[in-house]
Design a protein around this ligand. Structure first.
Ligand code: XMP
Length: 507
């Protein structure tokens, strides 16, 4: 049985980060809503309570019966989690007089305490709450303080319950990883046995059991997630997996051919469907961005459905959904950050059971699994690419000629990034075809041609992004190359907007 740490999510923006840090310690964990603790699961070895946007004394703050966990399992409260445990036990939590936001230093540490092992006085910690625990109950003992926060960390006497008012999961808490390790390994007894190889072994076994001799279809996009899901399933069920890769005509230059080739080399049973004519005809004359997306989304489902029906007795639809797509915390505070686009609606329409072998992994773990499965590095490190492809990078209506121009410009940009060793330093990059023409001169001729915008961003999760500060020499070389080689373009611009307020894609 895979031992696990449960992280109770009270809605903090850093809950996912706690999960990542625990996984980085090679310990398996799951994030569940604050009121959904799996009391019947014997594999849980410890519990972490996350932060929250609320104050414990707010009427609408999230509450649960933490007394049912205390004494039974090791418990660590972080920020709101720490305040909640103290408040629940009769302590006082009040708005802080001097709000200690951001960096602070531990001025006193009880280094004999297990949680504080190897955490020196002077360590930097990250605070982000306007409240503070002003009084701890009698059985609570302070184990660390900062200049402004006396009870920066506490322990409950006689039981394995701790609370820290700072955030060990954020990078700025220099001792954060050590503290989480003290909790997860020393206190909970975690064996640190979670890694890509163990994930592959247990998942392949579970897939064999779950799928038996059933047939499965999977939609490949060329991206990391669906590719890794396919290779994993292929390892488990081999030829019972059929992958479908649809070319809607708006992929990158040569991408359909190259990616199909990669998939065949990986031994996947893959059907490539060139449906570009259908998409071009349905998109003709359409300029409204959302309409374009809808047409492509529906067209994709139709083509996929038609192909899947050619395979006899398919029972399952597999998808490369990953953990951040699933975590329910988004619905806890009522904010949907990103809605899911590509194959939404497919399972319902096809009446198939859903198989999502990566649903518990973070993106970097998906990459690690891909590597451990022997997939080539260029597939694993691929930049994200939107499902509707170049359609959302051609402003205005779409024609095959515009796609050709954009593919050529994009190809020069992306190849340039690789040649200059810049590809891995940006999150994603691409070219956008603008709906304007401008005057230029070539030789003795006046030109009146199209403008291309280049976009390259740095990011960790695509929720926020900054424009990449690429070297001027590189941009000069790419601009020259595009204007000289791509017929129909006489001007190149660079997009210097961050997200928010701009988005990564223009449409
Ligand atoms: P935005 O433009 O919202 O994009 O800043 C955030 C990230 O999502 C990608 N993106 C999509 N991915 N289907 C996808 O699979 C889509 O319809 C889609 N739209 C945007 C975008 O490339 C970026 O990585």
């Amino acid at each position: 049985m895979q031992e696990k740490i449960i992280i109770l999510d009270f809605g903090s923006q850093t809950t996912q980060l706690i999960g990542r840090r625990v996984r980085e310690l090679n310990e398996y964990c799951e994030i569940v809503p604050y009121n959904k603790f799996p009391y019947d699961d014997p594999s849980v070895i410890g519990v972490i309570l996350s932060g929250s946007p609320f104050s414990v004394y707010d009427e609408k703050s999230f509450k649960m019966e933490v007394s049912k966990l205390r004494g039974r399992l090791p418990v660590l409260g972080i920020c709101y989690g720490a305040q909640f445990i103290a408040y629940d036990a009769g302590g006082s939590v009040e708005p802080a007089e001097s709000r200690e936001y951001g960096r602070a230093k531990l001025e006193w540490v009880d280094s004999a305490d297990e949680l504080m092992k190897d955490i020196p006085v002077g360590s930097q910690v990250w605070m982000s709450h306007g409240d503070t625990i002003t009084n701890v109950p009698d059985t609570f003992r302070t184990i660390a303080s900062t200049a402004d926060v006396k009870n920066a960390a506490y322990r409950v006497e006689g039981e394995k319950t701790w609370g820290v008012q700072f955030h060990p999961e954020v990078f700025h808490s220099t001792c954060g990883t050590q503290l989480l390790k003290n909790f997860v390994v020393d206190i909970c007894g975690g064996k640190q046995d979670w890694d890509a190889a163990s994930f592959i072994e247990s998942t392949v076994a579970a897939l064999k059991e779950q799928l038996g001799d059933d047939k499965v279809v999977l939609g490949l996009s060329g991206g990391v997630d669906s590719s890794v899901a396919a290779v994993l399933l292929n390892k488990a069920i081999g030829k019972n997996l059929t992958c479908i890769f649809v070319d809607h005509g708006m992929l990158r230059k040569n991408e359909f051919r190259d990616v199909l080739h990669d998939y065949e080399c990986l031994g996947l049973n893959v059907i490539g469907v060139d449906a570009s004519a259908k998409f071009f005809s349905e998109l003709a004359g359409v300029t409204e961005p959302e309409r374009k997306r809808k047409i492509i989304g529906k067209g994709f489902i139709d083509v996929f459905d038609e192909e899947a029906h050619k395979i006899k007795d398919v029972k399952w639809l597999a998808q490369g959904t990953i953990y951040p797509d699933c975590i329910e915390s988004l619905s806890i505070t009522g904010t949907t950050i990103k809605s899911h686009h590509n194959v939404g609606g497919l399972p319902e329409k096809m009446n198939l059971k859903l198989c999502e072998p990566l649903r518990l992994l973070f993106k970097d773990e998906v990459r690690a699994v891909g590597r451990a499965l022997g997939m080539p590095e260029h597939l694993i490190k691929r930049h994200p690419f939107p499902g509707p492809g170049l359609a959302v990078r051609i402003l205005g209506d779409i024609t095959p000629e515009k796609v050709r121009i954009l593919q050529d410009a994009d190809d020069i940009f992306i190849r340039g990034l690789r040649d200059w060793g810049l590809y891995d330093s940006v999150w994603q990059a691409g070219a956008i075809l603008l709906p304007v023409q401008s005057v230029g001169v070539m030789g003795d001729e006046r030109t009146y041609e199209r403008a291309i915008a280049l976009r390259a961003v740095t990011s960790t999760d695509a929720m926020t992004a900054d424009w990449a500060h690429l070297p001027y020499d590189f941009m000069a070389a790419v601009s020259n190359d595009i204007i000289n080689k791509v017929r129909g373009v006489n001007r190149v611009c660079y997009d210097i907007s961050s997200k928010p307020p701009a988005t990564i894609e223009w449409e």
